[in-house]
Design a binder for this molecule. Structure first.
Ligand SMILES: Cc1c2[nH]c(c1CCC(=O)O)Cc1[nH]c(c(CCC(=O)O)c1C)Cc1[nH]c(c(CCC(=O)O)c1C)Cc1[nH]c(c(C)c1CCC(=O)O)C2
Length: 351
């Protein structure tokens, strides 16, 4: 491994954690669990800390980003922290005007739609990643033997925000660009792959013990277009982790038809949304792939006995995979009662 000697995976702090073992395909006695968007608006302590600070400013203030990352770990006893940041941070650090509008998501000042727009994109100066490095270092020092998961947005999902200028239902303009101007498309996705790959590498070098590549909106693509026009760029993003032996997780919403192709870019673990059961995901992947997921976030608001039965069903189906990390099929909805998340952690750990 080319990880720094004092890296948590190298110095033994996290290598034997339940999460890292499960990501490597072992079955620890207790199934690990964490939640996408575990840090954030479901927590009153998060809302309190965020008062008066814009989302992306919070991400770039190391002490704040670190504290927000730690909050759900302390509160719920989850098996990992997920670094508090956002997929658009590397885009912003490369000089693109982007902010996060509360309740809406990332909004880009000048959407990127033409060859000239793509040509004008600047590379990311590695020095700009300093606040990320610092925040990760502060966080892993506090986490001790609990692993930190680093993450980044995959090129397609990032490009969808750049082209649409904000959140969109089915990435229509983005897909139109993909069909109409393959050269501009490839240049844009390569740029996204490099900034997002640099962001990912910085987190691992600073101490993250695993990474998750979020291709959240990949479900709007056909498998054929994914393989031809997107997968090579996702691979390129991961190539920035060359020489760094950390488990790689890949996840997209509505990606049931793409599981096999998404796994084939060279990842260790597949995240599954709630639309197909884990035994079906296992079948589609042809067996042998560790799985993560896939509680339906809608059930967080259901009566406790209904939710608990669902958790047990997901655990049962996960037994068919070589290993399983419990998570939601997408992020924690902001209106979730945080005690419900704590209850899920207790239930998973008690089985
Ligand atoms: C698509 C995407 C984005 N950002 C992210 C993705 C991929 C994951 C997914 O599919 O949800 C990734 C992300 N964004 C955030 C995290 C933090 C870590 C965690 O999961 O706890 C992670 C992993 C913080 C955040 N990122 C955002 C928030 C909410 C903003 C706030 O609290 O003010 C948080 C906690 C903002 C954001 N950023 C983005 C969206 C769609 C939104 C939501 C808009 C809203 O509902 O307000 C883009």
């Amino acid at each position: 491994m080319n990880l720094p000697a004092q890296h948590p995976l190298n110095d033994g702090r996290t290598a034997e954690s339940r999460l890292v073992r499960a990501y490597r395909g072992e079955r620890p006695e207790v199934t690990p669990v964490w939640f996408m968007r575990q840090a954030g608006r479901s927590l009153p302590e998060y809302r309190e800390l965020r008062v008066g600070t814009a989302m992306l400013d919070a991400c770039l203030t190391p002490e704040l980003a670190s504290e927000i990352t730690l909050q759900p770990v302390r509160r719920h006893g989850v098996d990992a922290g997920i670094f508090f940041s956002d997929i658009v941070i590397p885009v912003k650090l490369a000089g693109v005007g982007v902010e996060i509008v509360p309740g809406r998501g990332p909004v880009v000042e000048h959407p990127i739609r033409t060859a000239a727009d793509v040509l004008a994109l600047r590379p990311l100066d590695p020095a700009a990643l300093e606040p990320i490095t610092r925040a990760v270092e502060l966080t892993v020092a506090q986490l001790g033997s609990t692993p930190l998961i680093g993450f980044a947005g995959a090129p397609y999902t990032l490009a969808s925000y750049l082209v649409e200028g904000g959140p969109s239902k089915d990435q229509l303009r983005t897909r139109t660009l993909m069909y109409s101007d393959p050269h501009t498309w490839a240049a844009l996705l390569n740029w996204c792959a490099d900034v997002t790959g640099q962001f990912l590498r910085a987190q691992v070098l600073a101490g993250a013990s695993a990474v998750q590549l979020f291709d959240s909106w990949v479900g709007s693509l056909s498998e054929q277009q994914y393989v031809r026009r997107v997968a090579p760029h996702s691979k390129r993003a991961l190539s920035h982790l060359r020489g760094l032996d950390v488990p790689r997780v890949h996840f997209g919403v509505g990606s049931g038809e793409l599981l096999h192709a998404m796994h084939a870019i060279g990842v260790d673990v597949m995240g599954v949304d709630w639309r197909i059961p884990l035994d079906e995901a296992e079948r589609r992947l042809g067996g042998g792939v560790p799985l993560q997921g896939n509680l339906d976030p809608a059930l967080l608001g259901a009566p406790l006995p209904v939710l608990e039965a669902h958790v047990l069903d997901v655990l049962d189906r996960g037994m068919l995979a070589p290993s399983h990390v419990v998570n939601l099929g997408h992020g924690v909805p902001p209106e979730t009662d945080p005690d419900v998340l704590t209850r899920i952690v207790e239930l998973v750990h008690s089985r």
